[in-house]
Design a protein around this ligand. Structure first.
Ligand code: PMP
Length: 385
């Protein structure tokens, strides 16, 4: 007997990133610039808090929306850092990673036949999430000429005025693009004009270099139509602890919690203890990690320019997005540089429209490995130039 799979599962292709990891894992000389997670371990204070909670036997479920103390701390943190005001009682839900929060939003707000516009290139989970929810994806390609920022022209060209939902991810995975206040203003106006909902994945907000992160939810008339996602995976180096959250108007968060309470019950309890401590006492650790990412960012950008590969000035997250030299597709380049030089990078096409001809290069790797990887890339480009 074979399992009969649901159509929506069959139509979604397997992740294009995994394939490269599988090849990379077969060799022990590969330097991976392919990963999308911090190379740092979780700050000790947060780990200690997790350990202490286990020692004290705090291993039960929490409230569906997460421990009240943690929601209070999240409310204070987002108010302080990003000027976002949310009521911890009604407008915050703690989830198993930002991933769960994004999935809950698609399931709570997307009906079959609804159109979800996604500014691309972007994180690989949005498109499958929309399909699993029964919605139709409308890719909105961004352009290198715009430094991969979303523009109203790009929205109009893609026909996004008819979309029901718009998905944004800034600072962006995979390009490292950010959107400043002046860039977001016309997007907010477009969204209000066409009466859309915004799902804004701001998980890299802390990893904004040169200036501060601005959330689209802070613009007039946007709070009531926006869900903001954030979490502890990136800034607090807690990927494996699986903890994120969503912020939004009470009725929207209620709807997401309705799904969450049946599907998940509550986010991991041990991780909630770690997260509370992370917000309480790990600000210096975050600042230190961000400053190391920034140093690596500048190093990688300058090395790409020396090598002669075009790369735009990424200002957020921990990725650069250089152009593939003539004569290669992104996939051919990624495959050849992996085989010949043992450097793993991800072809930009994997991240959707606008990613073709580019590579995602993660600098969530120590400087020593980054130096060696950039030397190998230089040798590769010289050999094929
Ligand atoms: N959003 C973006 C843009 C990401 O890059 C990632 C992780 N790669 C996630 C969400 C998932 O985060 P979490 O670990 O909190 O589920």
């Amino acid at each position: 007997m074979t399992f009969e799979l649901a159509d929506r599962v069959q139509t979604v292709p397997p992740s294009g990133i995994r394939r490269f990891f599988e090849i990379a894992e077969e060799r022990d000389d590969v330097i991976s610039l392919g990963v999308g997670e911090p190379d740092f371990a979780t700050p000790w204070a947060a780990r200690d808090a997790a350990i202490a909670s286990l020692e004290q036997g705090k291993t039960s479920y929490t409230a569906n929306r997460g421990k009240r103390e943690l929601r209070d701390a999240i409310a204070d943190y987002v108010a302080d850092r990003f000027d976002l005001g949310y009521d911890p009682g009604e407008e915050i839900i703690v989830t198993a990673g930002a991933s769960e929060a994004v999935d809950l939003a698609f399931r709570a707000f997307v009906d079959p036949g609804d159109t979800v516009a996604i500014a691309q290139p972007s994180y690989i989970s949005y498109e499958p999430g929309v399909i699993f929810a029964g919605g139709d994806v409308l890719p909105v390609p961004t352009k290198e000429d715009d430094d991969f920022r979303l523009t109203v022209d790009a929205l109009e060209e893609a026909g996004a005025q008819d979309a029901d939902v718009l998905v944004l991810c800034y600072p962006n995975n995979p390009t490292g693009a950010i959107m400043r206040e002046a860039d977001l203003e016309p997007i907010a106006e477009f969204v209000r004009e066409h009466d859309q909902i915004v799902l804004s994945d701001e998980i890299y907000a802390e990893l904004t270099y040169e200036g501060e992160h601005t959330s689209i939810a802070t613009f007039e008339g946007m709070r009531e139509r926006t869900i903001v996602f954030n979490g502890f995976s990136k800034a607090h180096a807690m990927t494996g602890l699986r903890l994120g959250y969503a912020l939004g108007p009470a009725d929207a968060i209620h709807a997401m919690n309705k799904i969450h309470q049946y599907a998940m019950l509550s986010a991991p309890t041990t991780a909630q203890h770690a997260a509370l401590e992370a917000l309480d006492s790990c600000e210096d650790d975050v600042r230190e990690m961000v400053s190391q990412y920034d140093r690596r960012r500048q190093f990688v950008l300058s090395r790409f320019r020396e090598i002669g590969m075009d790369v735009f000035e990424a200002k957020g997250a921990f990725y650069c997005f250089p152009e593939v030299p003539d004569g290669f597709t992104a996939e051919e380049f990624a495959e050849a540089v992996l085989h010949e030089q043992g450097v793993a990078v991800v072809p930009g096409d994997v991240f959707g429209a606008g990613g073709e001809g580019h590579l995602r290069v993660s600098y969530a790797t120590g400087l020593q490995d980054l130096r060696e990887a950039m030397n190998r890339l230089e040798a590769f480009v010289a050999a094929h130039g």
